[in-house]
Design a protein around this ligand. Structure first.
Ligand code: CA
Ligand code: CA
Length: 296
């Protein structure tokens, strides 16, 4: 929000300013300003009078304020900048089974950060869920699984809080997820690169429900499934695949099912799913998949 820089505002800024500037000029883009520099003439002496004036940069983010010194002090020009909200906002999506991790880049002038959350892209409906955060990430442990949330960050210091940052959308995983080097995919890797395939499961309220667990891959050499001994096994058809495990649903975070540098060039799709406990692959299987292209 852009507001006029007013004379009365200057009276509040810093006890070192003796008199407000005589100018009212320009626009300033936030209420919270940080003193960046105090400029004094190299040959200045006590009682030097500095011109009282305000200049504001065209983007409204920087103000230079001239002020006379208090008592016998030398006058000075003060440079103030609007406190910037953090950049680089990111939030995990369908990755953690128990949290959304929100992260951001450090902002200059920050002594802390606030995290805000909303159900839609509307900051007026957002709720502050974290405050006084000194690091650059925050775990939201109160998000409902399978529900997307918008997250914003504000920079804070003794002067107050910045405007809202850009948003990031995060979600706690619900159900199965398969990742390739941590990514949802599709991904492309050079032949000989390390590929780590991980699977996660958040059963939420379905914990304990009896199911067949399946880990299957399609490859240039045909179908493979992970057998109950955690060995990748070729199959001539889907009906020949066997479950990797049979039993009640439980939470699983980033379990490694393949870690290799040896895949020949081609396209591979990995599947992780669960279905009715009966030892056969059923049409009602609930699954996730991710595809990697190994480039020659
Ligand atoms: Ca996925
Ligand atoms: Ca089944």
């Amino acid at each position: 929000m852009k507001t006029k820089l007013l004379l009365t505002w200057l009276c509040v800024v810093g006890s070192s300013i003796y008199m407000g500037a005589s100018a009212e000029r320009g626009l300033i883009s936030a209420d919270v300003l940080i003193e960046q520099a105090k400029l004094i003439a190299a040959d200045g002496v006590p009682l030097d009078v500095f011109g009282c004036a305000v200049a504001v940069s065209s983007d409204g983010d920087t103000a230079v304020i001239g002020a006379r010194g208090v008592n016998t002090n030398q006058g000075a020009a003060y440079v103030f900048e609007v406190m910037q909200s953090p950049a680089g906002i990111a939030a995990t999506y369908d990755f953690y089974i128990d949290r959304v991790r929100v992260s951001w880049n450090a902002a200059s002038g920050a002594t802390g950060y606030e995290v805000w959350r909303g159900a839609s892209n509307d900051t007026s409906q957002a709720t502050r869920i974290g405050t006084g955060i000194s690091g650059t990430n925050y775990d939201d442990m109160a998000a409902t699984a399978g529900t997307p949330y918008y997250y914003w960050i504000k920079t804070t210091n003794a002067g107050g809080a910045s405007a809202f940052s850009e948003y990031a959308i995060g979600q706690v995983l619900f159900g199965p997820d398969v990742r390739l080097n941590g990514a949802a995919g599709p991904v492309t890797l050079a032949e000989g690169s390390d590929l780590v395939v991980t699977v996660s499961m958040n059963p939420a309220t379905y914990a304990g429900y009896p199911v067949d667990w399946w880990v299957v891959a399609s490859s240039p050499a045909g179908l493979y499934y992970l057998n109950s001994g955690m060995v990748w096994t070729p199959a001539s058809a889907l009906d020949d695949c066997l479950p990797v495990y049979q039993g009640g649903l439980f939470g699983l975070q980033s379990a490694v099912v393949l870690d290799t540098t040896g895949l020949p060039a081609g396209i591979y799709t990995f599947y992780f799913g669960v279905d009715t406990l009966n030892g056969i692959l059923d049409p009602d299987v609930i699954y996730d998949s991710a595809t990697v292209t190994i480039a020659p």
